[in-house]
Ligand binder design. Structure first.
Ligand SMILES: O=C(O)CCC(=O)C(=O)O
Ligand SMILES: [Fe+2]
Length: 203
């Protein structure tokens, strides 16, 4: 794949409605747990190795159709995160490398897949801008039910959303790691503000 590709009408519409509802109802879904590039966003993350895909699908059955379609056979570690932006939210330029917190030397993912689960009608702003070095490769206006894949080493950002309503995407950073790198990655864990506040209680 050169830079990026888009697959429109990736799923039956009923699945998108289901995903939307399940993510909104998920107790882990909370103000952003990512980093300071993510301004005013909500989400949670599931980190897993391919060996633990069955556990992910058991705990989050509604992710299964997405994972069945989007996961690349050559990848062995994944960082899956629903990401919601509302009016005023944005994501500043970054290269996805969320597994870096577990392995300092990690390379960017091979590919990142993004399903646009919900996009407000007539949304202004909210475009995904892809760059390689300083060159802009594309400015993608999210379309509901489009599954986008982009090369994991691209710098990207999401323009500020300027209109009301929620923009929900389901993002998966897909890594092809060496055995030594893989050993440093959790087999299955959930990252969430909510999980942290309940599991890491102060003494
Ligand atoms: O929702 C998008 O268009 C991309 C979001 C993103 O860059 C990320 O979650 O790392
Ligand atoms: Fe990203």
């Amino acid at each position: 794949m050169k830079y990026y590709q888009q697959q429109p009408n990736a799923f039956p519409n009923i699945y998108l409605n289901d995903l939307w509802g399940e993510i909104q109802a998920c107790p882990y879904f909370s103000i952003n747990n990512l980093n300071r590039d993510f301004v005013g966003t909500k989400g949670f993350s599931v980190v897993f190795q391919r060996s633990h895909l069955p556990q992910v699908e058991q705990q989050f059955p509604y992710f299964k159709p997405y994972l069945d379609l989007a996961l690349q056979p050559s990848c062995n570690a994944f960082y899956l995160n629903p990401l919601q932006l509302k009016e005023g939210s944005r994501v500043d330029p970054h290269i996805d490398r969320s597994l870096r917190s577990y392995c300092k030397t990690i390379e960017p993912p091979l590919v990142v897949s993004v399903l646009y689960v919900k996009v407000p009608q007539d949304m202004e702003g909210g475009e995904l801008v892809l760059r390689s070095h300083k060159r802009q490769l594309g400015q993608i206006k999210p379309q509901m039910n489009t599954l986008l894949y982009f090369q994991g080493d691209l710098t990207h950002s999401v323009n500020a959303v300027k209109t009301p309503g929620n923009r929900l995407s389901l993002v998966c950073e897909q890594y092809s790691l060496s055995e030594t790198e893989l050993q440093q990655i959790p087999k299955f864990t959930i990252e969430s503000r909510v999980a942290q506040s309940t599991t890491k209680k102060r003494k």
